[in-house]
Design a protein around this ligand. Sequence first.
Ligand code: SF4
Ligand code: SF4
Length: 169
Amino acid sequence: MSTDTPVRVEVHPNREAVVEFDPDLTFECVDSCTWCCHHGVLLYDREFFELGDRANLDDATTRFRGEDFVRREEKDHEHAAEDGRACHFLREDGLCELHAEHDWKPARCSVYPLSVRREGGEIRVDVRDSAWEHCEGMNVSERKVIDNLDAFLPEYLWELSNPDSEREL
Ligand code: SF4
Ligand code: SF4
């Protein structure tokens, strides 16, 4: 859902994003849903090393098209996808091991359900198509996304030459 006239928001000091989604969009992650944790997750370069301080990279990651991703693997719990697989860090209680035990997670997990792309030197933010199809947290609360963009978009996204979120495992 894109607006005709994109809005510019200062997300962090001197870090502006062009918002292409409806400014009235609200979002709140739903506890019973783990859909976005059924996938492998792209790690930006510095995150690969940050993850290495918290987990065994050989066990947790895989390389695909020259980039590092959190591995998607077989799970023996009910929170996995229909094919029985999910992100390496999705625990049997439905929580993210990284978030629960290390208060840390990859930027891609914070960004969801939004998409990010760099265009003309600007960071542009929209809603991922998959979110409209699968994310249960869309427009179910009073929490406006546009007022909380700093929680979705880590500041270092602005430092990356390619922060685009469309790369998938
Ligand atoms: S790293 Fe954590 S939040 Fe991200 S997809 Fe995996 S389980 Fe979910
Ligand atoms: S798909 Fe949406 S509601 Fe479900 S876990 Fe991910 S962010 Fe939360």
